[in-house]
Design a protein around this ligand. Sequence first.
Ligand code: RP5
Length: 178
Amino acid sequence: MTDEHPTPNSPSSANPPPRVGIIMGSHSDWNTMQHAARVLTELQIPHEERVVSAHRTPDLLFRYAERAEERGLEVIIAGAGGAAHLPGMCASKTVLPVLGVPIESAVLRGVDSLLSIVQMPSGVPVGTLAIGTAGAVNAALLAASILAVNTPAIREALRTFRKVQTQKVLDHPNPRQP
Ligand code: RP5
């Protein structure tokens, strides 16, 4: 039996088609992956979020990855935990850049997820980020950098993001006063 999935967002002028797809292996990953969505929203990059499990909904994963390019996606961010084969399997079915976010697992603190995602055999790359929230945030920023190659507005949004980040540190030099 194939894994059916609701039709993704229908684009409109108020709701432009997603350029980045954020997928994750479980609803339990959203606590981490929401940070990727938050950063993309801040940078005004249209994106979508979906739960797509490599082992619970394998047919859905294949269909999502195979159709991603024709649907207009340009980058996929995939978060998974434990035996985290989602990013690698996704990358095997598309030539779009796939950025992997290792979810911090309860038992091995995400080292299992990290090694599962980062140790791709040669030929099918996954750009692997840090474990947890930092990885989710940086995956979004890296996706933005990729899109910025052809979208100057995103490059400017990234420059602004960095400036704001720098200024926050400069404005609060005293570690006792966060
Ligand atoms: C992976 O298994 C998911 O990415 C998640 O991180 C982990 C645990 O999933 P749940 O048991 O919480 O659904 O597939």
